[in-house]
Design a protein around this ligand. Structure first.
Ligand code: ZN
Length: 406
């Protein structure tokens, strides 16, 4: 409705103007030398309007022609930018796919189109790394560390190269720089942790993780390497705090307490440990190394009383009885351990020794929760996969014994 009204109004105005122009009185006379042109005023006005319109069109075309080279250059640079970005995208995919040749050619193309941008430098570095060109990789990543936005990736690349070349000190420096470039990165923390463990700097490693099983393992390792008994006790306490039921941590605490001369506390810790998680590590800390075999058998009886009938209690009693030549006791406890489900060969070893037979092979006492590898000795990091705090007793709590504790 409104549109129709607008149309009518405009049409009316144009019509009125045309009328007015047509009705203009008089004429326009132009003299040029011997010629004289006389034209009515409405025609002269229309001619003037036509000349002005043509002039405007002419000026516009002229301006467009003058701007054309700039616009052409802009169009060309846009195309280059687009082609360069495509090359970068292809390079990124080639790096992810491990295609060294593809990454290298994409990097070269991107450099031609975009120049030495930080992204191009990163792609060149990754292409060099995939090609196994050590020195070129190092130089490219070093260049990247100059970029404000991408310096983290530069230090990350240099760290990995240093580790590959076995330059641990350099790797540690790069890890620090990576942390400064991008504080709080989980990747950097993991690298620093691995480096600290590799260098056996367990106290430093302890500050880099909050995982209880990792903390417990690192604190035990730190306690074992501590320079003073007081420091050892401090670390052992941290281990037990992280994993209160870990026999490794409890044994470490008992040893640290013993090192400080706190015998009562040490014995209390071991009795408590045996009650909640009987393990041969606790027995080893409990039995005085300089005691006679008979004294050790008596001490074993005291400890095993904390968990009567348990497989580990029976094994401890059997092994100490055997050493003390209490053959009947040894046989009885070995049989009880077998009944309780002992399958690692320790009970059979007692029986074999009693019968003068060769000892059977004892199964490794530890297994990794991450890679399932077995290990004969406990270690802070799994010897197979290197994960921290993943070694647990290979034969966890078995069924309780039916026989009485001796
Ligand atoms: Zn493992």
């Amino acid at each position: 409705m409104w549109k129709l009204l607008k149309f009518c109004i405009i049409a009316a105005i144009i019509l009125a103007l045309a009328w007015w122009v047509a009705a203009l009185p008089g004429s326009v006379t132009a003299d040029a030398g011997a010629y004289r042109i006389i034209t009515p005023a409405p025609v002269a006005l229309l001619l003037l309007l036509a000349v002005v319109g043509l002039l405007i069109v002419f000026l516009r075309v002229l301006g467009g022609l003058r701007r054309a080279p700039g616009q052409f250059a802009g169009w060309r640079s846009g195309r280059r930018q687009h082609a360069g970005e495509l090359a970068l995208q292809r390079g990124l995919v080639a790096v992810a796919a491990g295609d060294a040749a593809g990454a290298r050619s994409a990097a070269a193309k991107a450099r031609t189109l975009l120049g030495e941008t930080a992204f191009v430098q990163w792609l060149s570095a990754e292409a060099a790394r995939l090609s196994g060109e050590g020195e070129q990789t190092r130089l490219a990543f070093e260049k990247l560390t100059q970029s404000k936005e991408m310096k983290f990736l530069g230090h990350q690349g240099l760290l990995q190269e240093s580790l590959k070349g076995g330059r641990v000190d350099e790797a540690a420096r790069q890890a620090e720089a990576a942390e400064a470039a991008y504080p709080g990165s989980a990747w950097t923390r993991g690298q620093r942790l691995a480096l600290a463990v590799r260098e056996q700097h367990y106290a430093a490693a302890l500050r880099l993780t909050q995982e209880p099983h990792e903390r417990a393992a690192l604190a035990v390792a730190a306690a074992q390497m501590a320079e003073t008994p007081k420091l050892a006790l401090n670390f052992a306490k941290q281990a037990v705090k992280a994993e209160p039921a870990s026999p490794v941590a409890l044994a470490a605490l008992a040893r640290a307490l013993h090192g400080m001369g706190k015998e009562r506390a040490a014995r209390k810790t071991l009795l408590h440990g045996w009650k909640i998680a009987p393990h041969r590590l606790l027995a080893a800390a409990w039995l005085a190394p300089d005691a006679t075999p008979l004294e050790r058998a008596q001490a074993a009886a005291q400890l095993s009383a904390a968990k009567p009938g348990h497989m580990e209690s029976e094994l401890l009693l059997g092994e100490t009885a055997l050493a003390a030549k209490l053959t009947g006791e040894a046989r009885r406890h070995a049989g009880a351990a077998l009944k309780a489900g002992n399958t690692d060969g320790r009970a059979e070893a007692i029986l074999a020794a009693l019968e003068g037979k060769p000892a059977p092979a004892i199964a490794p006492g530890w297994r990794c929760t991450a890679c399932r590898a077995q290990a004969a000795e406990w270690a802070c990091a799994c010897p197979s996969c290197g994960k921290l705090g993943t070694l647990i007793p290979a034969h966890p709590d078995s069924a309780l014994m039916t026989t009485e504790n001796g």
